[in-house]
Ligand binder design. Sequence first.
Ligand code: PAF
Length: 323
Amino acid sequence: MNLPACAATLSLIAGAACADVTDVKIGYALAENSHYGAGAHAWADATEAATDGRYEFVEFPSSALGGERDVLEGLQLGTVEATIVSSGVLSNFVPEVGVFDVPFLFRDFDHARAVLDGPIGQDMLATFEDQGLVALAWGEQGFRHITNNRQAINTPEDLAGLKLRTMENPVHIEAFQTLGAAPTPMAWPEVISALQQGTIDGQENPLSVIVSAKLNEVQTYLTLSGHVYAPNILFVSSIFWDGLDDADKEAFRAGAVEGGLAMRAFVDAAETNGVEAMTAAGMQINALTAEQKDAIKTALAPAYADYAVTFGPELLQQIADVQ
Ligand code: PAF
């Protein structure tokens, strides 16, 4: 964790420089050596450089400020300045953003990144303004995969009754209910102990999370299902934002874009090395074939009908059409 600049400075020169440095508290779910840490460091470095050190990010990794919902509420209250959060709880603030949680919506990384970097993704960021949140840039976790302690997943039937932790996300919950699993929404800070105690059988997250959180220590099977893309967003509090001048706003915005790019680079590396690392760590890994994924999509038909009503068939088609 970074020490606030003032704390370091005070021990040397009795505080004269402190008034010039504003601390920016940033909370996130995973450890500093995760994609979240990579994003936060890059955001901090770029912003601090562009503002000649007038702002200093103070990091609270590993859910030290609570679950993702708690941290977003902290931003709304102005007790926390910045965060990077997954799409997990975002639908509770802006329901429309849930469209990106629709299973198998994105063909691959290039498709997802083109949508988020294009007008659809950028317009979506702007919708958070009414919630006391300034969404500055998209970051990334990767495509989510299923881990569990019961069996390898090959077919929808293999999911029957599986107590699977999901994020507190209505789109994900409906998908796993439709597939016959027993989705158990839970904030991330409770997940590892719930897996250890066996109150849930499994969870789903991208390789970046599976590796960073060492899920191999509590899970046996990893099924590379890639069932949904997982973006995240770099936010600052509106209360903090409204106190910035235009040049500093631009520094934070440009820094957040750097943070998002650093997360994508971390995810690219996790996609390349993660399976090997988890195999070496003893996980039993299977990858779904295109036919097996098609069987899951077919089983999801009733959920897709609901998603079309919720998000509109036009938006779903516009996303599919992005090249
Ligand atoms: O599963 C989740 O809740 C999220 O993917 C996580 C691990 C908190 C990262 O944002």
